[in-house]
Design a protein around this ligand. Structure first.
Ligand SMILES: Cc1cc2nc3c(=O)[nH]c(=O)nc-3n(C[C@H](O)[C@H](O)[C@H](O)COP(=O)(O)OP(=O)(O)OC[C@H]3O[C@@H](n4cnc5c(N)ncnc54)[C@H](O)[C@@H]3O)c2cc1C
Length: 230
């Protein structure tokens, strides 16, 4: 099963909401009036101004909830390191792992010998898990035998400010392929939903024009489209 990323909920008009919240700081009108009154060009101008000046707190008013299926626990372990987000993950204590399901890294799927080893070990670990459950071991303990690449499901909610931070770290070529794949899917979705907020998003080479890593990848992206088409 390939990774699946669905936007299940979001702030209804994210660009307008963020721009109106920012505009309120400089206006004696009510925020409610501003939300309705702001025109398209005002919205994009305000958001560009916020991004350019680094005044990103209004970005926190736009929130996005994604349902993610078909990723590994390796990937969700990296994902949940991002603390300014909310998560709900399928529990291996409460849900029995009925089938042997793991994410296969491309380096392994493209190597027949490695693939054979991988599939065999996934199958064997699952058989051991099932045998332990049959012997009365609770699911929460039997799961210790399951590998790190086991497939999982997670719901994640991030606001637009945290999404920008997440994209800057996880769309960099130095991040691992699976979380980059997840980040790309999320960026494509939010760009569609909030084009002004995410017109410029991604690693520092794209957003800030240069890399700040101690060990740069040596192959910087030139724009967001290149990041998305990887
Ligand atoms: C390429 C790559 C390699 C990595 N390798 C490793 C590794 O080898 N080992 C490892 O352990 N991790 C590793 N990480 C994970 C990394 O160190 C971060 O834990 C993860 O990317 C989350 O980043 P963050 O803390 O900036 O983000 P978030 O938790 O999303 O926080 C966003 C920002 O909020 C602020 N913030 C959040 N919480 C606090 C706080 N408690 N106090 C002060 N400020 C806060 C910070 O400014 C932070 O940047 C790696 C990440 C990447 C992208």
């Amino acid at each position: 099963m390939a990774i699946s990323v669905l936007l299940v909920a979001s702030t209804p008009e994210p660009d307008r909401t963020v721009a109106a919240a920012a505009r309120l700081c400089y206006s004696d009108a009510s925020a409610g009036d501003l939300v309705g009154k702001m025109k398209g060009e005002d919205i994009s101008r305000f958001i560009d101004h916020l991004r350019g000046s680094g005044h990103l707190s209004p970005f926190e008013h736009a929130v996005f909830t994604f349902a993610v299926d078909g990723i590994s626990r390796v990937c969700t372990h990296q994902l949940v390191r991002h603390r300014l987000a909310s998560y709900s993950q399928q529990s291996q204590r409460y849900v029995e792992m009925k089938d042997p399901e793991a994410v296969v890294p491309p380096s392994i799927s493209s190597n027949p010998a490695a693939r054979e080893i991988f599939d065999r070990k996934i199958r064997e670990s699952h058989e051991a898990y099932k045998d332990m459950i049959a012997a009365g071991i609770p699911r929460e303990d039997a799961r210790y035998i399951l590998p790190h690449g086991w497939m999982t499901k997670i719901v994640v909610t991030m606001n637009a400010r945290e999404l920008h931070h997440f994209f800057s770290m996880r769309l960099c070529r130095r991040a691992q392929w699976e979380i980059r794949c997840l980040a790309r899917e999320m960026l494509a979705i939010v760009r569609d939903k909030a084009p002004c907020l995410f017109s410029l998003a991604g690693p520092d080479c794209v957003v800030r024009g240069r890399c700040f890593e101690n060990r740069p990848c040596g192959s910087p992206f030139s724009n967001v489209d290149e990041v998305l088409s990887e």
